[in-house]
Design a protein around this ligand. Structure first.
Ligand SMILES: [Zn+2]
Length: 117
């Protein structure tokens, strides 16, 4: 997901402590904002480096959506008017889908593996 921080506000990744800058892939968990790369490490740690296949498939899917979100955002800066608005709408659809997947991922990890991510 890449919802823009409120004006003048920056987000800090709770995992590595550094700032999340525009153009970086990131997501939200119940613990707050986190870089996508940091989240992958957090999940690997939670599963002792043996990520189950169903969790991995969901991670790859969110990864793919996040990449799309960043790509669309780049496009938003290059156009204006109706096309820009339609890109924003599409990005919001992907953000909503990515948020749903993150929830599913967390629920699956908790219910099937008793792992909190
Ligand atoms: Zn980080």
């Amino acid at each position: 997901m890449s919802i823009k921080p409120a004006q003048g506000r920056t987000w800090k990744c709770y995992f590595c402590g550094s700032e999340i800058v525009e153009g970086q892939r990131f997501t939200f968990t119940s613990r707050g904002p986190i870089h996508w790369g940091c989240f992958r490490v957090e999940v690997a740690n939670a599963f002792n480096n043996r990520i189950p296949e169903d969790i991995e498939v969901l991670l790859e899917l969110v990864d793919y959506l996040n990449e799309g979100i960043v790509k669309i955002k780049e496009g938003e800066y290059r156009v204006n008017g109706d096309l820009q608005q339609s890109l924003i709408n599409r990005r919001k659809m992907l953000e909503a889908e990515a948020a749903k997947l993150m929830k599913e991922l967390s629920t699956l990890a908790q219910s099937k593996y008793n792992v909190a991510i």
